[in-house]
Every structure is written in structure tokens, then in C-alpha cells.
Write a protein that binds this ligand. Sequence first.
Ligand code: MN
Length: 497
Amino acid sequence: MVKREYEFWFCTGSQDLYGEECLRNVAEHSKIIVEKLNESGVLPYKIVWKPTLITNELIRKTFNEANLDSKCAGVITWMHTFSPAKSWILGLQEYRKPLLHLHTQFNEEIPYDSIDMDFMNENQSAHGDREYGHIVSRMGIERKIVVGHWSDPVVADKIAGWMRTAIGIVESSHIRVMRVADNMRNVAVTEGDKVEAQIKFGWEVDTYPVNEIVESVEAVSESDINALVDEYYEKYDILLEGRDPEEFKKHVAVQAGIEIGFERFLEEKNYQAIVTHFGDLGGLKQLPGLAIQRLMEKGYGFGAEGDWKVAAMVRLMKIMTEDMKDKKGTSMLEDYTYNLVKGKEGILQAHMLEICPSISDGPISIKCQPLSMGQREDPARLVFTSKEGTGIATSLIDLGNRFRLIINEVDCKKVEKPMPHLPVATNFWTPKPDMYTGAEAWIMAGGAHHTAFTYDLTADQMGDWARAMGIEAVYIDGDTKIRDFRRDLMLGEIFYR
Ligand code: MN
């Protein structure tokens, strides 16, 4: 992951009707707000103050400069006083980046003893922000609205959350997915329209013959492999389970070669996400397991069985959560098997091998076990259980005429007992609002068995991203009722047709 030095512009709206002194105060106030928000330590990116916007020309010029500035990832607007909204039409029309409308006010409390008409005219965002909001709504422009006093930590948190969504919006078009295998035969939900995905999300999804990446794996030197194997043996527990230690190590070394060879090939060709397929491995000796797990941990997107939509979504979430303090992880997961005991319901999440260690809790072990599918050597893989807490599972599906993003809030838990015979990493969660409603809604919406999962983003952040991409988002959370959810889907059929 290479963090780009993005920043956000803070543009305050006003007009010259109330004189020079008022405009001086407006500028001073907005500078203070920017300074304090930057000092809050909550924002993942810096806010940059811009001179007060009072004329059509300046508004238009500023928005166009924002478009062209590669560091600017979005604009935050706030109307300190009244700003006639026709002045904003041309600028907004030409603006192409994420937009936040911060509906705040400089003073927190009404100054009861001193308030007069001058004060009210100077501090009328309650009034000016409505005029501005009207034109943004009338023009049908997607924006986030955050309401509250700028010193409130809740407000700073919301701005911080939107910044990550904005980064997802501007960075989406830099995601390139390498397919070294096609979609698994006969599988429906992992398929999709790659041309439409590029139009909607900006994703480039390209195929390479698997044996081209095999050449890169075979070119890795023995000393590079040995050094990485040493790193594995230092970092992870080794669970031989009766296997010969030397033979075990050779299996692990195959994954080390795959990790290095894949990463070099991806870097050389400038891809940030990859899909594989257990049924199309060419000259690879093992299904990439441990190797893919490590690449995901480094920030690459991954989808199994040719699932390029999940690969791109995992990469997107990795970008959106980059550099987050105390983040808990992001991975591809798959709904595998249920616990349907009353009061203990949940879905065991796993895959054949490829779960990202960023979601792990406690020690990580290497195991080497036969794979029931494919015809290769027993692959080495990282085995662990996952963190507890709330997360979101997302599934991007292609409905034939459009994409839909399904977002389910889930409660991740520990399973009651260890599962010593299960040779894969797992997570275990109960979907909200409960197992039965959650699964019913997911299936009704057409959600896949593969998901892009994260602990570190909210349903609102991903829903805001989907809206910015011009696609439908449906939420399954604590408030979901089946009859309302069915109506949401019906409305989506009409709206996104
Ligand atoms: Mn799968």
C-alpha cells in the first residue's frame, strides 16, 4: 500500500451584502474551523482553507481548480451567511469530485444578551445552507450532509468517515484486477459485466495466461525463497500434525516462491488485485494459499474462483481503511456452514485457504493439508480465528441490467469450542438483525456466498460509495424488516432500471 497525499478543500460561501467587516469575520471563522478540525487528530487527511466564495466566477474557478488538483480528493462546503445559490450552479455542474456539505455554525450558543440584527445576518447558516442545499438537490448532485457544531467530536468523526468514502470514490478508478484464471465453470454469482464495471467503478479487469505468472514464480531464486521461509518460521507457529519436518518445509517453500513471484508479476504489470481458480493452476505446484493470504495482508485485493468483483472490493476496502488507527482487518470471506442451535446461531466463514491474516485474533499457524479439490500438492496455509466485534459483509452483484451492493452488518464472535480438524482460517458471525431475517434478506437480494468483509468501515460509508458510483445499495442491519426490505428492492428495480 502506498498512501497518496490527499487533502480536502474547505470552501465557505458568503456574499458582499453585509460589508467588509462581515466578510473578514467569515474568513476568520472558517480559518478557525479548519485549524481546529485539523488539530482534532481524528481526520485521516488534512483540510485546506480556501478564500471565501462570493461570486459566480470565483465559485466556478475554485471547483475547476479542485477538479484539476491531483491532491484534492474532495470539497467541503459551508454557507456562513446567505449565498444566493444560482451563483453555485455552473461551478457545481462542472465539479466532478466528492462533495461534503458541512451544515454548521461558528457560534455554538445563541448570545442571548448581545444578539442583534448584525449578528443574525452574519451567522445565518441555518438560512444560507438551506438555499445552497436546495440547488444541490435540484441538480441531483450526490453529496454527504453532516449537521452539528464543528467542535463536536461526533461531527469530526462523520467528516473523517466521509473522507474515507471520498478516497474510495477517487481511488476506485485506479484499481486494476489481474485474472490468472476465468470464472469457475457454471457459477453464476461470481460472473459479471467487466465493461460495465469499468464504466461504473473505473476498474480495469484483465486476463493473463496462468503460465505467464508461473514463469515469474519459477524465476524466484532459492536464496530469496529461503529467506522468506525463515521469516514465516519466525512469525508463525508450525503445526506439523505428524508430517515430516523437512517435507513440510518444502511445501511451505512452494508458497514462498508463489508469494514472491506473484508480487513481482503484479508490481511489474501494475495490478493491485488478483483472482485465482483451483481448477486452473497451470504449472503451479500448489493452489496459492499462504501466498495469497500474505499478499492480501500487504493490501492486495483477492477473489477466489475468478471472482474479480470481490477482488476489486477487497482492494477498495483496503484503500479506504489505509493507515487507520487500531484497524481490525479486511478480507475476502465465504459463507460456509451454519450453526442453527437456538440462541447460538451464526455462519462459519472460511474458504479453501485464502483468508487475510489482518482479521486474525491470537496466534497464526501454518498447516499443510490435502485439498479436496484440484490436483496439486498439499498447499501450506495460515490458520487462525478472527476478532470479535461488529463488521460489514458486502456483496456486489450483477443483476443483468445493473449492479447492486448488498451490505450486511454482522456480529463476529468466537465459536464455542476449538475446531482442531479444520485446516483453514475462520470467522464466525451472526448477521443482523438476526440469523433468520439476515439470511432471508441476503438471499432475497441475491447476495453471493463470497463477500468482501471489513471490521473498519460502516454500512453508511459503503452505501455512500455505492451512491457516488451510481449503483443501488441495500442495507441489512438492526432495523431490517422483511416487508420493508422487499419494498426497498422493488423501489430499486424502478429507480435503477
Ligand atoms: Mn469460493
